[in-house]
Design a protein around this ligand. Sequence first.
Ligand code: CTP
Length: 428
Amino acid sequence: MTGEPVRSCASPRRPRIVLGVAGGIAAYKAVEVLRQLTETGHDVRVVPTDAALRFVGEPTWAALSGHPVSTEVWTDAAQVAHVRLGREADLVLVVPATADLLARAATGRCDDLLTATLLTARCPVVFAPAMHTEMWEHPATRANVETLRARGAVVIDPAVGRLTGADSGAGRLPEPTEIASVARAVLTRNGLAPDLAGRTVVISAGGTREHLDPVRFLGNSSSGRQGYALARAALARGAQVVVVAANVALAQVAGARTVRVVSTAQLRAAVHAEAPAAAVVVMAAAVADFRPVNRASHKIKKSDGDPEPVALVRNPDVLTELVAARRPGQVLVGFAAETGAPGVDLLDLGREKLARKGADLLVVNQVGDGLGFEVEDNAAVVLGSDGTETVIERTSKDLLAHRVLDLVVSRLPPLDGTVIAVADGVRR
Ligand code: CTP
């Protein structure tokens, strides 16, 4: 039996971290660790102890991680969470690790979800302790730390400095940036490189403007926020990023190369110049479909007399052109911001648009009435050319960006571009 050549489907994925939070005042700093790890492309599940929830509540952990949160083994029992979380993790990171948590971990207790997870984990474990100096220096804690280190866990030495109340000394939680970088280093050491390393990602963002005269234009209210969130997310996942920014008023994305454009013609030229080197092109920009036939070289004055109706001519469709010029393995993503209309199903519009444009993915989102443009969060359904439909519930534009990139990464061929032939139904 012969078959079509297929590409290896061994696709990289986002590293999975379980962030354990024990009950200490420094739990509030774990919020910042969580934020830094999710922003750098990690899939983080938070497992607080009951005591930790007295310091920082469940909604904070759930909202920032994008995952439900549970503390005890009885929640979600059918899924056997206490075994699954530990087994599936690439890293368990405990911030802060209190004296009590270190003691329970060292003696193999499993009386809550966090300690059960520590007992089932077969991945690296990092503890970031925080406690009063006397507790840190107590022989019992010293012995527990020795035990954990002897078993291969990384126990970061606490910083010296101001503690809760008036005292200061050893026992202060290290800075969140330092903890996040230890976590990343441990993951990298274990071969979990970011999943877009070695790839170039081109992202168009904002909205094009078609000028009638030097001061007036036809435009749209796309802020560029979602495109910039995609750029940050792709950077965090190791990509080289080029942003083609159409009239975006936001601060430039550090680490990305930004090409500024105004009109559709300029955006088209910039995207086509960058696309041949790109593994992924995301057309997040709202591109004007029409431009005025004539552009006045001076500001149109009332004294020029009553104006003629503005005659418009159609702009080329950049995404369709990209599809026609696509190189093998390149993943092309479109965005469809729709307001919907009575009796019209948004997803029907999206499916029709995806088929018309020929992209791999189309991110369909509803705009208007406080949704989509100019707001901080977003919701979408991502349609795949393979018939898949992925619902992304309302979340931050950063997390939505990562969800979209998850789908992109799963469609990328391996970096070396190896094509594996299937001759007899067995993939080699
Ligand atoms: N797009 C493009 N070139 C254009 C218009 C749109 O590349 N001239 C891209 C957008 O960047 C987006 C996708 O096509 O990724 C869908 O844009 P949208 O405006 O929703 O689609 P249109 O084809 O213009 O359809 P509609 O009639 O709904 O405006």
